[in-house]
Structure formats: C-alpha cells, structure tokens
Design a protein around this ligand. Structure first.
Ligand SMILES: Nc1ncnc2c1ncn2[C@@H]1O[C@H](COP(=O)(O)OP(=O)(O)OP(=O)(O)O)[C@@H](O)[C@H]1O
Length: 301
C-alpha cells in the first residue's frame, strides 16, 4: 500500500467473545506525528494497540504499518516498532543499566548505545541503582528506554503517564517531545486524559465505546470547540427574557451565554439590552475548552 501514514487501519472491528470492543475503526497516523489516542477507560485503546502489534489475532488484513500489512510482514515491520504496554517488564533486582544490557545482548547492541539511551531518558545518574528502587516515573522511563534500544521509527506507548505524580507526568511529556523533535520518532500514545494529550500531540483520534468519534489534527479539534458570547448584566432574568425572543440563550446559572456568530451579533445584543434599560457589565467571546469538547464528542456518539 502506498501511503505516508506510518500506521494505517481500515475498518477494524474486534470482539472478545460476544462483546464487541472495536466497531469499524480507521486510523491514519502520519510520519513524524505525535498521535494522541484518546478515550475513557474501557473504550478499547489497549485492544487496538495489541492488534497494531499483532498481539491479538485479527482475521482481516486491514492493519498496515509502514505501508505493509502486518500479518504477512510481521518481522520486517515489528522490528521498526518499540512499544510499552501496561507498564514495563523490568528485572527489579538489576540496575537500570543492566536491565538495558539484558535486552541489548539479545539485540546485539553495544554499551555505548545503552549509555545514550540512559541519557535520553534522563536516567544516567540512576544507572547503577536497582530498578526495584526506582520511582514509578523512572520505571516508565526505563521502559521507554528499553523500547528505544533498537532505535525504532515508531514508538507505541499505552497510557505511559498512568499513576504518575505531576513531576513524573512532566518528565514523560518532555521525553516524548524530545523523542519527536530531536529524534524524529513517530509516536502513538494512548491516554484517557485530554489535557495530557493536548500538550504534546500533533494529531488526535478519539475512541468512545469502540467507535472512533474524531480523527484529525489537534488544530482541527480545537477549531471544533464552539465559541459562546458571555453576557453579565444587572438583571439576567429580564435580559434572558428579552434575548430569548431572537436568540438561543444557553442555560447557565451564573451568566447568559449565546452561541457566538459575529462581532455584529455581539454589538446588536449589547444595543438591545441597553435599549431595554439593562446595564451590561461584561460582554465577551469565550471559546469552549477542549475538555468540554472532549466530553461533548464522547457523549454524543
Ligand atoms: N482479554 C480480554 N478478554 C475479555 N475482555 C477483554 C479483554 N481485554 C479487554 N477486554 C474488554 O474490552 C474492553 C476494552 O478494553 P481495553 O483494555 O481495550 O480498553 P482501554 O480503552 O485500554 O481501557 P483502559 O484505559 O481501562 O485500559 C473492556 O470492556 C474490557 O473489559
């Protein structure tokens, strides 16, 4: 298949027994992107990731990595992928360095590369410490280091910030940015937290109950967030009654909100209120934040 997408999935469905977990989802992950795969718990993210890595059996030929169907090209394709799913498998009695060394021996990778990896994931100073004594954030970073050993083009990370404290989250976020910008990795990262993804992703796919309810650039998602005109007056009840005649006044206990259309609409509303002897304290345009948009998208499927 000729495609610039590092991951391409076409109408993928999957069931565990009678339970349908994925319903006809299609994904397009461009080269060089940080693709945030968002969805609430249980929406099917881990299942999708396991299918992408050929860890669950898929009877269709509809998953392509690097333009190649994965089942027919399993080895060829998967050697270019590093992944971290459901927490890293570490030897707790071994140091960070030796954990990497154990994997490096199998892959035929030298100590210089191990030291590079430790530096990339910020564990140089803790290299000799036992992994069992690492914080959760350090363990996750070591797990990402293991995934990076073979210098994969694509990194697939399943909820890498799950359970981390704010510092741990920031460290992982910075690491992902670095891997994307300085090391040109394509990164597919799942999360149930929009705020997390919003800060690092270039592209977003939103999964809800096994359906892909949005896919696009992060800017496309942001532009979907509709603006409202917020109005504060000395008599909101009276103002709402007047505005209701010509406008849709949205329900809000604190202030009046009207779907924003144009600067002229804002001026007309202002004029109308003043003509009716209502003092206008505030009148401004507010863009819906992505968090509420995410809730909208996942509640209206
Ligand atoms: N091995 C399995 N056998 C049966 N059902 C499963 C199995 N793995 C997952 N499921 C079910 O499939 C659905 C999707 O699970 P999945 O782990 O893919 O969701 P998720 O979006 O990754 O959620 P979470 O963030 O909670 O891991 C859930 O209802 C889950 O109970």
């Amino acid at each position: 298949m000729v495609t610039d997408d590092i991951i391409k999935v076409e109408n993928l469905s999957f069931s565990f027994g009678q339970q349908k977990v994925l319903n006809n989802i299609s994904l397009n992950v461009p080269k060089g992107s940080v693709y945030g795969f968002l969805g609430p718990n249980g929406s099917g993210k881990t299942t999708t990731i396991k299918l992408l890595l050929n860890l669950l059996q898929n009877h269709e030929n509809n998953i392509f990595l690097f333009g190649k169907e994965i089942k027919a090209n399993r080895e060829d394709v998967l050697k270019k992928v590093g992944s971290l799913i459901e927490g890293p498998a570490l030897y707790h009695h071994l140091s960070g360095f030796d954990n990497l060394k154990a994997r490096a021996i199998i892959l035929g990778i030298n100590n210089e590369r191990i030291n590079d990896i430790l530096s990339i994931v910020g564990l140089t100073d803790a290299a000799k410490k036992k992994a069992g004594k690492y914080s959760l954030g350090m363990k996750q970073r070591l797990g990402i280091g293991l995934a990076l050993l073979s210098d994969p083009e694509l990194l697939i990370l399943d909820e890498p910030t799950n359970g981390l404290d704010p510092n741990g989250i920031i460290e992982i976020r910075n690491l992902i940015k670095k891997l994307s910008i300085e090391h040109q990795k394509t990164i597919f990262i799942s999360s149930h937290l929009l705020a997390e993804i919003e800060r690092i992703a270039t592209h977003v796919g939103i999964l809800y109950q096994g359906n892909l309810s949005f896919e696009g650039k992060i800017e496309d998602l942001q532009s979907l967030a509709k603006s409202t005109l917020c109005v504060d007056t000395d008599d909101n009840l009276k103002a709402a009654t007047i505005l209701n005649i010509n406008y849709e006044v949205l329900k809000d206990d604190k202030r009046l909100r009207i779907p924003y259309e144009s600067p002229e609409q804002a001026a007309a509303i202002n004029k109308l209120l003043i003509q009716n002897d209502i003092s206008v304290y505030n009148l401004f345009k507010e863009k819906k934040d992505l968090e509420s948009l995410f809730l909208d998208i996942t509640q209206t499927v």
